[in-house]
Design a protein around this ligand. Structure first.
Ligand SMILES: Nc1ncnc2c1ncn2[C@@H]1O[C@H](COP(=O)(O)OP(=O)(O)O)[C@@H](O)[C@H]1O
Ligand SMILES: [Mg+2]
Length: 829
């Protein structure tokens, strides 16, 4: 083709583009619907597998129409639902599905540009041959003029490039134009024309936009992404549940009112059923109770599957942790325990899924009365009625008019509730000093250790009559407690943004714990509740006098399929980035919120560099691990690495990794490590149910976990000895904060040494004790400030003049007074 005809062809095509006509000269990204043939699928996932996997999810997301039988509910927008041929709309129903609401503007700060190769070698130097080489200086001027054109900025904004993206895209485009070894012929010609005054600056726009879409592929599929992340009608996600008309029975009442008992009675009488509980302990308890009642029942938790049938066939009944319940198996009865947890910022989605998705003729929901209205409202969206059974406490409890004030006033059946492990250590040590025995329960103990501590405390023949516990006792353990003593009323909490802060406990939390006082069928027919410190008592009374805040929203979580569909559109994004974009685009109606995905993202970032296919990566990131435990996190990373090499994680490999066999703990640090190893073995078991070939030695791991359980149990039985050993082995002050101090350990204040490390831990407490005799220490205690240098100075003073525990108590009282005032101020705020 003659050169000038070729140039004219390109120019004609460009004029068309400027007028908005499509042109074959500018190959834009394929539309999402055409992508299956041209688009690169998720690395490691075969296209056909992906499509097969996605079909149900695609149907769910794109097609709201359900294949309903004659009894099914058919959903329409605007909080109404059509049930069995009649349409009703509840007067209080909020805007349940708002398809008419404007699409949510994406958070473009999450759009990470894809890096492109700078080499446009496809066309070689055809552009330069057709015209002439371009001067970089001239080009820079032209490009900068383009960047400053208001009209171009506006046009780009109309196509999804806000100011931030426009800027980023321009920088990238300029780099490609100036640094690419050879430009595509069409762009070269256009730029050449502009440089010599024959073209218009706006002719750059289509090329700029093409580049922008290459580096921000989401621009081209925003509508699809919005549809995938549309979480407005969760009722539609479970066609099997919608195909049956379920009866919902709400057992409402305070703790210890027999709610779960009554729901379980119904479960036992049914031909088939599922119990969904918030904790492994509760699933175990119901599993045992059901089997003891002569009804074969299996157990399913993240880390454990026990089938009563010797050949491994499923029994008619199953007790499980709520995340594990099947929404595809039909049951006669389902029990969803502790329904108020539907608002839990991290785990709420599991209750939403169970409530909306379980295929059972009867759904028995147990929980606080504060959830009744909300559950009714959710059930309007499924067209199901809610029958409410209300219960009152089987044993009454009263709030005492006196605080305990000193550990000398402890009595049989007392349970001191703390919100930090350091408080647990410190108090159990002080109890031991008084010649008393105590049981200890906190969240990170293995379930069997918790049970054995509970048994020790409940046993009337055991000398142990006192319990020191965190709020881990709020659910799932039967405890014969006469009096609950709140050692503090502030607790570390995580808000919607995932930020940690200290908060006074809510009425719901206080009631859950206080409700443990007095136990049906124990010798303590009436419970009592009070505080350790005098100043806390009126605060506790105020908290308990308030009505429990009604529940208003339920959690949701993106599914693996939804994230896979995102990855299909955005194959270069990291998993963490995918979920961020998902959450930023997701639309939920007023009844729901998207659960906090920080832990998921934390794990996703940790293993991003490890080559895994998306489905495996997603599964790994949903592992329930505590990110604060460094050893568990490093183990997680090692597991993922080994997995990615396709090397099975054998028993020997794990033993080497955790240095098994492990010795009995000599101090608290050892005990904490053993707890972490227990969690690592739990992680192995959890993964073994998802990747059986790669984690083959489940039985052996379970065996050593049982041995480890025993070691931990013995350690906890002698916890005060471990605390003593820790106390003397410490050479530097403990840099942690008590829950009463109102600050978290490791927060910025504590970390940079600006604050006094007023730990209630054994060591911290002794430091404080000794400080009372020093004028310097007194001043620092009063001011609540201590620099590292001053701390060292205090240590020197302390080594000269050791003091007794009685002094500690005085200091604690002073400290308590200060903290309490701080606490009050916080509450007023
Ligand atoms: N009607 C009853 N007969 C015998 N034991 C009961 C009865 N109701 C409740 N219990 C027992 O009382 C304790 C508390 O009941 P539970 O159902 O767990 O209360 P909730 O779920 O309201 O906290 C449990 O040990 C339970 O077995
Ligand atoms: Mg219960």
């Amino acid at each position: 083709m003659p050169k000038d005809r070729q140039i004219r062809g390109v120019r004609r095509a460009l004029r068309g583009a400027r007028r908005g006509r499509s042109t074959s000269a500018i190959p834009m990204c394929p539309s999402p619907s055409k992508r299956s043939s041209t688009y690169r699928p998720i690395s490691g996932l075969k296209q056909h597998i992906l499509e097969a996997d996605l079909r149900p999810a695609i149907q769910r997301v794109y097609g709201a129409t359900l294949h309903a039988n004659s009894r099914a509910a058919r959903f329409t927008a605007g909080g109404s639902c059509h049930v069995s041929g009649w349409l009703h709309k509840h007067p209080r129903a909020r805007n349940v599905s708002s398809s008419s609401s404007p699409p949510k503007a994406p958070d473009t700060s999450l759009f990470v540009p894809v890096s492109l190769k700078t080499d446009f070698s496809m066309d070689g130097s055809v552009g330069a041959e057709l015209t002439q080489p371009l001067s970089k200086e001239e080009l820079l001027k032209v490009l900068n003029r383009f960047y400053k054109r208001k009209e171009m900025q506006k046009l780009a904004a109309d196509h999804g490039l806000d100011a931030r993206l426009f800027h980023q895209a321009f920088i990238s485009f300029r780099k490609h134009v100036l640094e690419g070894s050879a430009l595509p012929a069409d762009l070269h010609i256009i730029l050449s024309d502009i440089c010599c005054g024959a073209g218009h600056i706006d002719d750059i726009y289509p090329y700029f936009m093409r580049h922008s879409k290459q580096i921000f592929p989401m621009l081209d599929c925003m509508e699809d992404l919005r549809k995938i992340s549309d979480l407005r009608v969760p009722a539609n996600w479970y066609p099997e549940a919608r195909a049956i008309q379920r009866k919902v029975i709400f057992h409402a009442g305070p703790t210890n009112s027999g709610k779960t008992y009554h729901a379980i009675q119904r479960l036992l009488a049914a031909k088939s059923g599922v119990y969904c509980g918030p904790l492994k302990l509760l699933a175990h308890e119901i599993f045992e109770k059901t089997n003891n009642a002569g009804v074969p029942c299996d157990l399913v938790t993240g880390e454990e599957r026990t089938f009563m049938d010797l050949e491994g066939r499923a029994s008619g009944h199953v007790a499980c942790t709520i995340e594990m319940c099947s929404v595809n198996t039909p049951y006669e009865v389902a029990v969803i325990d502790e329904i108020q947890m539907i608002r839990d910022l991290s785990r709420g989605w599991a209750w939403t899924r169970a409530l909306m998705g379980l295929c059972a003729e009867e759904i028995h929901v147990c929980g606080e009365a504060a959830a009744i209205d909300f559950i009714r409202e959710l059930m309007y969206t499924t067209g199901e009625e809610v029958e409410v059974h209300t219960y009152t406490r089987l044993t009454p409890f009263s709030i005492l008019d006196q605080a305990v004030e000193s550990l000398d006033n402890l009595r049989e059946g007392d349970c001191i509730v703390c919100f930090s492990k350091n408080d647990i250590y410190s108090i159990s040590r002080q109890i031991e000093i008084r010649g008393l025995e105590c049981a200890v329960i906190y969240g990170s103990l293995p379930p069997t250790t918790k049970l054995s501590q509970a048994k020790k405390f409940n046993d009337p023949d055991d000398p142990c009559k006192i319990m020191v516990a965190t709020d881990a006792i709020g659910m799932g353990l039967n405890l014969s407690i006469k009096r609950i003593i709140f050692n503090s009323l502030v607790k570390p909490n995580v808000n919607e943004k995932g930020e940690k802060h200290m908060e006074t406990i809510s009425t719901s939390q206080a009631l859950q714990i206080a409700g443990r006082a007095g136990r049906f069928s124990s010798k303590f027919k009436e419970g009592e509740v009070t505080t350790m410190h005098r100043d806390d008592l009126p605060v506790l009374k105020e908290i308990l006098s308030q009505a429990v805040e009604p529940i208003e929203t339920a959690g949701l979580h993106p599914t693996a399929e939804q994230i896979e569909m995102f990855a299909y559109h955005l194959p270069d994004a990291t998993l963490s980035n995918l979920v961020d974009i998902f959450v930023s685009l997701s639309q939920v109606d007023g009844l729901y919120f998207v659960c906090n995905i920080d832990d998921f993202k934390f794990l996703a970032d940790m293993i991003q560099h490890i080559p895994l296919n998306l489905r495996s990566r997603y599964v790994f990131c949903t592992a329930p691990i505590n990110k604060k435990q460094t050893f568990v996190c490093t183990s997680f990373l090692k597991f993922a690495r080994q997995f990615s090499r396709d090397e099975p994680l054998t028993f020997d490999w794990v033993c080497r990794h955790v240095s098994w066999p492990l010795a009995h703990p000599k101090n608290i640090k050892d005990l904490v490590h053993l707890e972490a190893v227990h969690d690592v073995l739990d992680l192995y078991l959890w993964l073994s149910y998802r990747f059986m070939d790669m984690f083959p030695d489940t039985a052996l791991i379970r065996e050593i976990q049982r041995e480890l359980d025993d070691i931990i149990q013995q350690g906890v039985q002698n916890i005060t000895r471990l605390i003593r050993a820790t106390d003397t082995s410490l050479t530097s002050p403990v840099r942690t904060q008590s829950s009463r101090s109102g600050q978290l350990s490791g927060n910025s204040g504590a970390a940079d040494g600006r604050y006094l490390t007023n730990s209630r831990g054994p060591r911290g407490q002794r430091d404080l004790g000794e400080m009372t005799d020093s004028s310097l220490a007194n001043r620092l205690v009063r001011d609540g400030l201590l620099t590292p240098d001053l701390l060292r100075q205090l240590q020197r003073e302390f080594s000269k003049d050791p003091k007794e525990d009685s002094t500690n108590q005085q200091v604690l009282d002073t400290e308590h007074h200060n903290n309490n005032n701080k606490g009050k101020k916080r509450r007023k705020k």
